[in-house]
Every structure is written in structure tokens, then in C-alpha cells.
Design a protein around this ligand. Structure first.
Ligand code: 13P
Length: 341
């Protein structure tokens, strides 16, 4: 198979009707925070046990088409000795890998940040591919403030995302391009819409300049929402309308899939918003799906709490959230389902 055929095959598997992505790629400091919230120490063994519990949850492959892994997880094994990427492959789920190396302040743009990890990226991608990864993820973040993001922050971050995406395609991995406009702050929904539009325009301009074949990429954006500290919350229909306005203006129809991040929305909120997007535009040119971390895992972590005797309950909690998001991806979710067993 040519590299292009392989990339296409990966895309086809990920962008499957009724399915989305589980983001289980929390870095060491982030997973330590998530574990601490449920009283679990972040050791390599606890991380292995937790993630292998997620990946072996019976039946979730009907709703989960891909999982984003943290580097450490690629080399870890399930209780039966199988490498975790093989466990996923065997269940028909595509293993992916987070390849950015965290963010630093962007010099010349006070308040903005930029993500590191481009040096040596091609060699790392070859190693990850050898361990089973078929797609990658790179996240840039944009904080909304009175002067942020700056024009320099927007162009510098777009340039980095484009170089990352071009390198992935050269190495046969599907790049997930993730520009996250953060929910933190008291900004209005209108301000979030304006910033998200600027960010996405810059990203697709840079991807074009770097000759990235959009057909073999996925976008992982944030939804258009009011800031967390803003006085009002937005109804799912309003979130869907604003988010679709931005996507229509900035994201070419050649992009096969848009897999939203949850970005601090609660689990039910993230599901309801995804559902509203699919109800508002059932035949959108891009599949409108999820790539949730917290919104899929919050109830699972609570149910698990680090105890082997809770594994079955935790797997049921994961199956439930995965199923509801699978329905939302088709516009078939209803809030009353949250109260059903
Ligand atoms: P959240 O859904 O928790 O925002 O995580 C998605 C992700 O991968 C962030 O990089």
C-alpha cells in the first residue's frame, strides 16, 4: 500500500459513522492532577492499570474509533501481556499518539504561548509508527484576554501546527491539528467566536502554504462558548450555531472530520453540544464528532478510584459516555437518556 492509501485507510477507520476519539494522552502532570482528584497516586503501574481498563472496556469499539495515547502508554502492556496498542488494534480501534512536548511563553507576544517538539519530530514519528501509532495529535493553545491572542501568537502557532502536520504526512501518520481556544476567562461568546475564526483562518492558511493535503488531516477545535467566568451559559443550539458559523467560514470542505475537544465542559454539556451541532447540520461536509478527554473520563475516574474491584463499574461508566457521545455524533441523543440506566 502507498503512504497515501494508508493515510486514507486510517482516515476511513477514524471517521466512522457513530464513532469518535478518546483522548487518553494526559501528560504526567495532568494525569497526576486527574488521579489526585479521586485519591489515586500517579505511578506508572496505576497509569497502566487505568488505561488498560479503558482500552479493554467491552463493547466500546462500537463508539470509539481511535484513542490518543501518551508516549509512555505505547510501550505498556495489558494484564494478559499484550502491548496496549495491539489491544486497541485487535478491537478495531486505531492507536494514535500525542507528539507535542508542551508549551512555553512565546517571546515577543506577552500572554501568548507556543508548543515545542518540532526538532527531531520525523525520527520520533518513525519510532511511534513502529510501535503501532497511525495518527498523531499536536495541541496549540490560545488564551483570550484583552490583548490576547496577539496577531504574532496566531501566526506563530499556525506555522508550528502546519510544520507538524506536513511532517506527519511525510511519515505516514494522520495529523490531528488541535488549536484550542481556552475556555478560561470572563469573555463573551461573541469574543470567542471572533478569536476562533481568526485562529482557524491562520491555521488553514499555514496548512495551505506548507502543502498539507487536507484530505488526510483531522481538525480538533474547541467549540464556541462563553468564558467559564462569564455571567451566562449558552444553550446547545446557540453553541452549535456560533460554532458552525466559524467552521463554515474557515474550514475547507476537503477536511474529512472535525473532532471537538471538551475543554472544560461537563460530560453532559459536551454531549448535548455535540448533538446540537449534528442536529443543526446533519449533512455537514466534515464529520462532526468528538475527541474528548475529560468529558469521557470524569465519571470513569470517579467510578474506578484506583480499586481493582471497581473495574467493571468503571468500564460500564465509560461505555455509557461513549455510547451517548456516539449517539450525539449522529444527532440522536436526548437529555432524558442521562436518567436512563
Ligand atoms: P479535553 O476533552 O479534556 O479538553 O481533552 C482533549 C485533549 O486532548 C486536549 O488536548
Amino acid at each position: 500500500m502507498s503512504i497515501d492509501d494508508e493515510l486514507q485507510a486510517t482516515i476511513t477507520r477514524i471517521v466512522h459513522a457513530g464513532r469518535g476519539i478518546l483522548a487518553a494522552d494526559e501528560s504526567l502532570p495532568t494525569i497526576a492532577k486527574r488521579f489526585a482528584a479521586v485519591g489515586v497516586e500517579s505511578t506508572a503501574e496505576n497509569r497502566r492499570a487505568y488505561r488498560s481498563m479503558l482500552f479493554t472496556a467491552p463493547g466500546t469499539e462500537a463508539f470509539i474509533s481511535g484513542v490518543i495515547l501518551f508516549e509512555e502508554t505505547l510501550a505498556q502492556r495489558a494484564a494478559d501481556g499484550r502491548p496496549l496498542p495491539d489491544v486497541l488494534q485487535h478491537a478495531g480501534i486505531v492507536p494514535g499518539i500525542k507528539v507535542d512536548q508542551g508549551k512555553i511563553p512565546l517571546p515577543g507576544a506577552p500572554g501568548d504561548e507556543v508548543t515545542q517538539g518540532l526538532d527531531g519530530l520525523g525520527a520520533r514519528l518513525r519510532t511511534y509508527r513502529g510501535l503501532g501509532a497511525r495518527f498523531a495529535k499536536w495541541r496549540e493553545v490560545y488564551t483570550i484576554g484583552a490583548r490576547n491572542p496577539t496577531p504574532l501568537g496566531i501566526t506563530a502557532n499556525a506555522e508550528v501546527l502546519a510544520r507538524y502536520a506536513a511532517t506527519c504526512l511525510a511519515e505516514g501518520l494522520v495529523p490531528i491539528v488541535e488549536p484550542e481556544v481556552l475556555i478560561d476567562g470572563d469573555h463573551s461568546m461573541e469574543r470567542c467566536e471572533e478569536v476562533t475564526l481568526e485562529v482557524l483562518h491562520a491555521v488553514y492558511d499555514a496548512l495551505h502554504r506548507h502543502r498539507v493535503r487536507l484530505e488526510h488531516t483531522l481538525l480538533k477545535p474547541s467549540m464556541v462558548l462563553p468564558g467559564k467566568a462569564h455571567s451566562s451559559k449558552a444553550a446547545p443550539e446557540a453553541v452549535a450555531a456560533a460554532t458552525l458559523r466559524v467552521l463554515k467560514r474557515a474550514v475547507p470542505a476537503a477536511v474529512p472530520g472535525v473532532n471537538f475537544l471538551s475543554g472544560g465542559q461537563g460530560p453532559e454539556e459536551a454531549t448535548a453540544n455535540l448533538n446540537a451541532l449534528n442536529v443543526a447540520w446533519p449533512h455537514a461536509p466534515w464529520a462532526l464528532s468528538f475527541s474528548y478527554g475529560r468529558a469521557l473520563q470524569e465519571p470513569v475516574l470517579k467510578a474506578w478510584a484506583g480499586k481493582p474491584e471497581n473495574v467493571a463499574d468503571a468500564q460500564r461508566a465509560f461505555h455509557r459516555r461513549a455510547r451517548l457521545n456516539g449517539l450525539a455524533r449522529q444527532g440522536a441523543y436526548q437529555a432524558r437518556m442521562e436518567r436512563e440506566p
